[in-house]
Write a protein that binds this ligand. Sequence first.
Ligand code: RP5
Length: 160
Amino acid sequence: MSDPLVGIIMGSNSDWETMRHAAETLSALGVAHETRVVSAHRTPQRLYDYAQGAKGRGLKAIIAGAGGAAHLPGMAASMTELPVLGVPVESKALKGMDSLLSIVQMPAGIPVGTLAIGKAGAVNAALLAAAMLATADDALAGRLADWRARQTESVPDRPE
Ligand code: RP5
């Protein structure tokens, strides 16, 4: 496996059920990535170390998923110049609206590209990270175009 280009981080092991869709999508596109549990609340030093070291280790983007009071994407973005894509994980109490609003409402100055709540957001974060990398990688651009063509072909004309 080549060196990871995308880091997928999540606030809890319980987020993996959602965030594995980002990892699976990157795998399908042949994008080298790594996965880590990094909590803004429970492991702040791990978050600091991860975000501070990410660019130097060769990562090009970070996908950060978290639920509830979801500080992880914003805190990660504050400590790296890499683009950070935030995935609001669906919470039990508020169905992910808390996660969404926590992630999307960044004050001006530190951006987080916020995706949809749950699996759709995890898949789309991976597709968006791949599209960003593909601007400087023709082979990846071709794989991404093939992925989209297969998706188009898989849509039936009539309901089955
Ligand atoms: C957040 O709290 C995590 O991102 C997770 O979505 C949520 C619940 O975590 P657990 O209590 O399941 O570990 O920090």
